[in-house]
Ligand binder design. Structure first.
Ligand SMILES: Nc1nc2c(ncn2[C@@H]2O[C@H](COP(=O)(O)OP(=O)(O)O)[C@@H](O)[C@H]2O)c(=O)[nH]1
Ligand SMILES: [Mg+2]
Length: 276
């Protein structure tokens, strides 16, 4: 079977779990017991080495420097023998924040958007705030003038929509019909923090309804899953013994779109290859 070139545009603001997912994914590919395995020599593991070492000791790793951007290239094969090259980036999430606030996309990010076949957006519901709007503000407050100090800033879901709109605007995707390429996968990260036991799609709709509508009106087949790369929170300075003994590859799971939990955190990528 010819090797597919899948270039993943991994999108996520700071602190959503990009680095820890990268490290856990890489570990699973190397260990080779998941639906997706490493198939040859990976290049440039540097962005994830520190995180993998920390996790092996049962600790979380530190924050990725704001200006950093590095790509790792992983040759992978799925259970059907379908090969692919995964280009997996790690970077400081501030770059995504700035891109939205400055309304400007720097040249290297344009090239990445051009080359990407699949967009994976990490959204950590736990750190997003519910919107203050006509639905959440008491009706009695409607006619009152706003407090002078209340500065206006776009809501979390408006910001995420803005991000996807900007990237779509410069991407080669045709807007004449619902988009298939690039594909869009939304991973609701740190799922272990989400208290409700809803299916991922329902959880996204409950927290970010406007964003959910946007995604479903623009993409033909958006995929929404839950992801817990670590399965529990870890401290940077205190080792979790269970982790250190059983190994980080024994932890982490995804919640498939139908709500079932699966320890195979490579599955969101396997799913991209089978759809290609
Ligand atoms: N509870 C929990 N915490 C996580 C998980 N993945 C990452 N974290 C924590 O979330 C924070 C941000 O993760 P990181 O990978 O550095 O985010 P990044 O800035 O997007 O690269 C860190 O404190 C991690 O320990 C997870 O699956 N569950
Ligand atoms: Mg990071």
């Amino acid at each position: 079977m010819p090797s597919l070139q899948r270039s993943v545009l991994l999108l996520g603001e700071s602190n959503v779990g990009k680095t820890h997912y990268g490290a856990q994914l890489l570990k699973r590919l190397i260990v080779g017991r998941s639906s997706l395995k490493m198939d040859g020599q990976a290049t440039n593991l540097r962005p994830f080495e520190q995180a993998m070492e920390s996790l092996a000791d049962g600790c979380a790793t530190g924050h990725t420097p704001a200006g950093a951007y590095e790509e790792s290239v992983w040759p992978v094969v799925d259970e059907q023998g379908q090969q692919a090259q995964l280009i997996w980036p790690d970077y400081g999430g501030e770059q995504i924040k700035n891109l939205i606030s400055d309304h400007r996309i720097a040249a290297p990010w344009r090239d990445r958007v051009d080359a990407a076949t699949d967009w994976i957006l990490l959204v950590r519901l736990h750190i997003l705030k519910g919107d203050v709007d006509i639905f959440s503000r008491p009706l009695a407050d409607l006619g009152k003038t706003a407090a002078a100090s209340a500065s206006h800033r776009p809501s979390d879901q408006a910001r995420l929509i803005e991000l996807l709109q900007m990237l779509l605007h410069i991407s080669p995707a045709s807007r004449d019909q619902p988009i298939d390429l690039p594909s869009l996968t939304i991973l609701l990260s740190c799922w272990d923090e989400v208290e409700s036991k809803m299916e991922p799609h329902a959880a996204l709709r409950a927290s970010l309804p406007m964003f959910c509508d946007f995604v479903e009106s623009v993409w033909a087949h958006p995929v929404i899953m839950g992801l817990s790369a670590l399965e529990r929170s870890l401290a940077q300075d205190k080792s979790d013994q269970d982790y250190a003994i059983r190994g980080p590859e024994a932890f982490g799971y995804i919640i498939r779109p139908d709500g079932t939990s699966d320890p195979d955190i490579t599955w969101p990528i396997t799913n991209l290859l089978s759809a290609a």
